[in-house]
Design a protein around this ligand. Structure first.
Ligand code: NDP
Ligand code: TDO
Ligand code: MG
Length: 294
């Protein structure tokens, strides 16, 4: 089987290079290798030249605040390009795997949302990701769209690594405590992708939209505190005292993009359909820290 992976050097793309390799002949590309999602003609030509049976799209516009003033680029990369990939997948009879986000929701309430819950993005990024999901669904190509949240990895930029850096530089940190969600490892997502793609290629009825996040829930503040305490225990030079990691409400941390307060996603559908378990978020975070800190 031929597999085309787009966005191979992102957090998720990097882990997918490893996880997809055993499934077939993997062609992994980034934007400098004929797979620029901002260039529709080039993207289409590349997909047709490779003619894969499986397309995995890990490329995305993920700069949430920047997207507020760069909506056209976010829309091209997160919505238009996935729509083109879906059209090409349909023509090839290929399975398309794509990723979306908790930011498609408005974050009201305090219960986990399932795949049937109403969307209501608060940000340009969230709206562009929702439009991407919808373009794929409308194309009627064989697809798996995995909505995930708060992605981290040993390689690449993410909130946990930002907090480790700031904890070594500052005596006080202020971190939002009223946004609740699940930090999810790119390695876990990549492994889920391989399992789910294989099962869906064998049984097309499994295709569709799934919430795919680690188990449990936390706030950005509790997540930051957890990561910083683990780093301290591992002998890292940490400047901030535990009681100087201050819990603040969203209202005290103004940003260009609005973010949902309730990012809880229910993974019951995924677990049931594929017979898989989602480990608690702390497990993957601890592995990542060992990898990053040594
Ligand atoms: N990060 C997170 O917290 C979350 C991510 N997601 C979704 O998961 C998926 C993977 O995200 P993640 O790996 O964390 O994101 P990253 O930002 O780590 O990686 C995104 C990749 O996309 C590439 N990219 C950006 N623009 C283009 C373009 N025009 N053409 C080709 N490639 C491009 C980037 O390349 P370059 O480095 O050259 O810019 C980068 O390698 C995305 O769909 C994202 O929306 C969902 C929820 C949470
Ligand atoms: C750096 C910093 C951030 N924060 C807040 C801002 C924000 O609400 C939260 C996380 O910061 P980030 O910059 O990582 O947020 P953000 O980039 O919005 O993270 C999101 O990325 C996209 C791609 C997704 O799809 C989401 O699931 C989510 O992971 O922490 C603080 O409270 N204190 C701080 O010092
Ligand atoms: Mg970010």
């Amino acid at each position: 089987m031929k597999i085309l992976l787009l966005g191979k050097n992102g957090q998720l793309g990097w882990e997918l290079q490893r996880a997809l390799a055993p499934l077939g002949e993997l062609v992994a590309l980034d934007r400098s290798e004929g797979a620029d999602l901002a260039n529709s003609e080039q993207l289409i030509a590349t997909v047709r030249a490779v003619a894969p049976q499986l397309i995995v799209n890990a490329a995305a516009y993920t700069a949430v605040d920047k997207a507020e003033s760069d909506a056209a680029a976010a829309q091209q990369i997160n919505a238009i390009a996935p729509g083109l990939l879906a059209r090409e997948a349909k023509a090839l009879g290929a399975l398309l795997v794509h990723y979306s986000t908790d930011y498609v929701f408005d974050g009201s309430g305090d219960q986990p949302r399932d795949e049937t819950a109403a969307t209501g993005p608060l940000s340009v990024y969230g709206a562009s990701k929702l439009a991407g999901e919808q373009a794929i669904a409308a194309s009627a190509c064989q697809h798996l769209t995995l909505r995930t949240s708060w992605v981290y990895a040993a390689r690449g930029g993410n909130f946990a690594k930002t907090m480790l850096r700031l904890a070594g530089e500052r005596e006080q940190l202020k971190v939002i405590a009223d946004q609740i969600g699940a930090p999810t490892g790119a390695d876990l997502l990549a492994d889920l992708t391989a399992h789910m793609a294989r099962a869906t290629l064998a049984n097309p009825q499994l295709g569709g939209l799934y919430h795919a996040v680690a188990g449990g829930q936390t706030s950005w503040h509790a997540y930051a505190s957890h990561v910083i305490e683990l780093a301290r225990q591992r002998g890292q030079a940490i400047k901030v005292a535990p009681d100087q990691i201050l819990a603040i409400p969203t209202s005290e941390y103004p940003t260009p993009a609005r973010r949902p307060l309730n990012s809880r996603l229910s993974t019951a559908k995924l677990q049931q359909a594929f017979g898989l378990r989602l480990p608690e978020w702390q497990t993957g975070v601890e592995r990542m820290l060992v990898e990053v800190l040594g």
